[in-house]
Design a protein around this ligand. Structure first.
Ligand SMILES: Cc1cc2nc3c(=O)[nH]c(=O)nc-3n(C[C@H](O)[C@H](O)[C@H](O)COP(=O)(O)O)c2cc1C
Ligand code: SF4
Length: 502
């Protein structure tokens, strides 16, 4: 593959640029227009019968707001709701332990619960020891793809010395997920410590937390925590008396689901039009400002301090199969016990739905569950005994995704859900691939016709063809995820779909 420069790279000018008018036009919320708006995300869609007026308001709004991270109280409007219950169901509370105990927003609270011990330990040995611990842990990325974290870190660590970056993906755009939001709001130093450890391991000197605009409180809390960490000498020059220097800042997004995709996210920080880019080259080699860059999800990074203090083997002892450790899950408002829960990989989806979530509210009958959606396969009731694991869920056309768990009851008709998901898909497409840019809107329209009783068998055939094109030709997981969702629906819910196409 020939080397080509990033479209934005100006040598020696690694500074985010102000947004031009063209770049601004890509975003839905360039002026943070979400304030005070009702949410139109999939968890709110699933819960629209609890408050039809709010849903009507959300559906009529422009620009659309797709997730406020309040899925536990959906349908949602603004960050004024009580906080969700937080509990640890795994043997160790690796990511939610501190939050379940009340949180640690300040440096003093974080240190009192063992915070920054991992960094102290890491600095007593070469960076290789941190890399080896992350390798041994079997940790896989929590942002959706499940890529082995140790392998990604080594790919950056082995790049020639020079400017390198660490970026935390705090875009959390998947409707139904509010995990990263509370990790940042209630335990910000855990993310900061995880990022410093990552930077030490790979040799990076600068980091960004790419934070979605819809989480304004997280931005306030993180900036206060960064100032505390800087004052305490955990950020800046020659940290802990070592040769290692690293600083970190928050970059606030402008409203775009696809900016959660890593190449889009990096272009966004640079101030360029954030269309997805083909890989290779991978960000580990040529990422932010064309420099080697480590991009990890918030929960992935928050897992690292525990791994460094307790050892990679202790982490790998948790979980099952190729999915080691624990996973945070956020359950939507259709459950009797919506909330934020940490579980060990290997529990069944049934256990999550019936034991942890307590089944559905108001005696609702489960129609299906999306884990890590909306652009992921739906799990029908007859497959609830599938264990939570990357390969195990992929085998039934579903996935772990980001860990948001959205249940649907009999109030949701499956054709309406397809129309909703493809409407979201079309709205958030970056526009680079034709089947995603035009095809997703076409599927939405065909389902609108189907719901109005105006669709034919030929229209259903066209849907199948568009889904195949999305699956085969999409450049990123947005298009392939839409295809995965549609395939699961066509496979598991034919009795709801086929009668709509006459
Ligand atoms: C359309 C799209 C949206 C994504 N959104 C997010 C997101 O909000 N947060 C996230 O961590 N990863 C998201 N990802 C995955 C990232 O591209 C990337 O794989 C991830 O941040 C890598 O971190 P990890 O290895 O720790 O999972 C998204 C991917 C796609 C295709
Ligand atoms: S699949 Fe969609 S979002 Fe992804 S690159 Fe193609 S057009 Fe952009």
């Amino acid at each position: 593959m020939p080397a080509f420069p990033s479209p934005c790279h100006l040598p020696g000018n690694d500074v985010p640029r102000p947004l031009s008018a063209d770049v601004k036009s890509f975003y839905h919320l360039p002026q943070h227009e979400h304030a005070g708006k009702a949410c139109q995300g999939t968890a709110c869609f699933a819960a629209r019968h609890f408050n039809p007026a709010r849903w009507t308001e959300a559906a009529a709004q422009s620009p659309r707001v797709y997730c406020l991270g309040e899925c536990f109280a959906a349908p949602a409007k603004g960050q004024k709701k009580p906080r969700p219950p937080v509990k640890v169901f795994s043997p160790h509370g690796i990511v939610l332990g501190r939050i379940a105990a009340g949180g640690a927003r300040t440096l003093a609270a974080y240190r009192a619960s063992g915070g920054y011990a991992a960094l102290g330990l890491a600095f007593t040995a070469p960076a290789e020891r941190v890399l080896a611990a992350v390798d041994a842990s079997g940790l896989r990325g929590r942002g959706g793809a499940g890529f082995p974290t140790g392998r990604k870190w080594r790919a950056v660590a082995t790049q020639p010395a020079g400017q390198k970056y660490v970026v935390a993906n705090a875009d959390e755009g998947d409707a139904g997920a509010y995990i990263d939001r509370y990790l940042m709001e209630d335990d910000p130093h855990a993310l900061i410590e995880g990022m410093i450890l990552a930077a030490y391991a790979v040799g990076a000197s600068k980091g960004y937390i790419y934070l979605r605009a819809e989480y304004p409180l997280a931005g306030v809390v993180l900036n206060a925590a960064l100032a505390e960490a800087r004052d305490a000498g955990w950020l800046g020059s020659r940290i802990g008396g070592t040769e290692f220097s690293f600083d970190l800042e928050v970059y606030l997004g402008h409203g775009s689901y696809v900016c959660g995709e890593e190449t889009s996210l990096l272009r966004s920080i640079e101030g360029n039009r954030p269309e997805v880019m083909a890989r290779p080259p991978y960000p580990t080699e040529r990422g932010l400002f064309d420099r080697p860059t480590l991009v990890n999800n918030v929960e992935t990074l928050v897992s690292v301090p525990w791994i460094v203090t307790q050892g990679g083997d202790a982490y790998a002892a948790l979980g099952f199969s190729k999915s080691r450790g624990t996973k945070a899950l956020s359950l939507n408002s259709l459950f009797n016990r919506p909330g934020l829960y940490e579980v060990e990989f290997g529990v069944t989806v049934r256990h999550i739905v019936e034991e942890i979530g307590g089944g559905l509210r108001d005696g609702g009958k489960l129609k299906g569950v999306l884990i890590g959606g909306p652009i992921i396969g739906m799990i029908p009731p007859h497959l609830l005994d599938t264990p939570l694991g990357f390969e195990e869920l992929a085998a039934i056309g579903a996935g772990v995704g980001h860990g948001g768990v959205v249940a649907f009851d009999e109030h949701t008709s499956i054709p309406e859900l397809v129309e909703h998901v493809f409407s979201f898909g079309a709205y958030e497409s970056c526009g680079k691939c034709t089947p995603c840019r035009s095809g997703s809107g076409r599927v939405e329209k065909l389902f609108t016709h189907a719901l109005a009783g105006q669709a034919t068998k030929a229209d259903l055939q066209e849907c199948h063809e568009l889904v195949t094109a999305l699956k085969l030709t999409s450049l990123c997981g947005h298009g392939t995820g839409l295809a995965r969702f549609a395939e699961s629906i066509l496979r598991y819910y034919p009795t709801e779909i086929e009668p709509c196409f006459k």
